[in-house]
Design a binder for this molecule. Structure first.
Ligand code: MN
Length: 307
């Protein structure tokens, strides 16, 4: 079977908001691609000198219909949510928050953090589970060695390791640190599509060169993936994957629904401080107000049809 070429998705800079506004590099969603598996949002940030940028300080805000995944390379974030969770987000440890029917949370870089560096990813929940109860899971995968790389599997299965973190659709998430000059071949599920996000290094993904902050997309049908690092230092990458998510979703602000009306209701519920989202204890400041809705009906997003 002839293999499709890797599609290169470039990032756009997005200010996170706040007084000094840390900027993130966003590769999902974009016009060419809404999702990879159920992964529907990918932000890459840093290395960011907190003394210059002010770091991360995101006031209480809601989520619905999705899960958030925080994965750091350096620095530390304090997470609080309306489940009552108060947890540190540390490098090499996944924090997966389920904002099914509704959750609220805050994310603040800790005072000891000098450099903040990592990714923030979202997972769309399938229709059958998009109103799941709010939940929070944590896991620190043991780094494992494969020929040419160090691998940390935070979601799903790769290189013989399986994460205990539960998901609602088949997913993969792993940090892969490729040795200088090395080529790594990893067996993968051919039903999965994959995306490789490059943090640093001269990386080739299935022979396609990727620059820093680019996300390479590989369609389903592959039984292995080849990652190469031509640079003289380790190359850090994050591999995401999953079975194609064929549902149409409506994304707006921090909400995922299936219709414009779902978004209108979620926004109203947040604005009137409904129990749907609960409240976050211990954050010294006001909650984030929802932005105004667009005048037009928010249209559903879906991936381009597969060849
Ligand atoms: Mn959030």
């Amino acid at each position: 079977m002839e293999q499709t070429k890797v599609e290169v998705l470039t990032a756009r800079d997005v200010p996170l908001g706040g007084p000094r506004a840390m900027t993130v590099r966003r590769t999902l969603p974009q016009r060419a691609r809404t999702l990879i598996g159920a992964w529907c949002f990918a932000d890459h940030y840093g290395p960011d000198r907190v003394a210059d940028s002010g770091g991360m300080d995101v006031a209480p805000h809601p989520h619905t219909g999705l899960q958030t995944v925080s994965w750091l390379f350096s620095g530390e974030i304090e997470h609080r949510d309306s489940l009552g969770t108060h947890a540190p987000v540390r490098p090499g440890e996944i924090n997966l928050m389920t904002g099914g029917h509704g959750i609220a949370h805050t994310e603040v870089s800790t005072p000891d953090t000098t450099v903040l560096h990592g990714v923030q990813l979202w997972v769309a929940l399938p229709d059958a589970h998009r109103h799941a109860p709010r939940d929070f899971q944590h896991h620190a995968p043991r780094p494992l060695r494969v020929d040419g790389a160090e691998v940390r599997v935070f979601l799903g299965t790769l290189a013989g390791d399986t994460s205990p973190v539960r998901t609602f659709t088949p997913l993969l998430g792993a940090e892969i640190l490729i040795d200088p000059g090395a080529t790594v071949v990893l067996d993968v599920d051919p039903d999965f599509e994959h995306g490789l996000l490059v943090d640093d290094g001269a990386v080739r993904f299935e022979h396609t060169p990727l620059d820093r902050a680019e996300l390479g997309y590989a369609a389903p049908g592959r039984t292995s993936l080849t990652l190469a690092n031509a640079s003289a230092h380790p190359a850090r990458t994050v591999l995401i994957g999953g079975t194609p998510f064929d549902e149409e979703i409506v994304m707006w602000w921090n909400f995922i629904g299936r219709s414009h009306q779902d978004i209108v209701e979620a926004r109203e519920d947040w604005e009137r401080a409904s129990d749907r989202f609960g409240s976050v204890e211990g954050y010294p400041g006001a909650r984030l107000p929802a932005p105004a809705l667009p005048n037009a009906v928010i249209t559903p997003r879906k991936n381009p049809a597969r060849a």
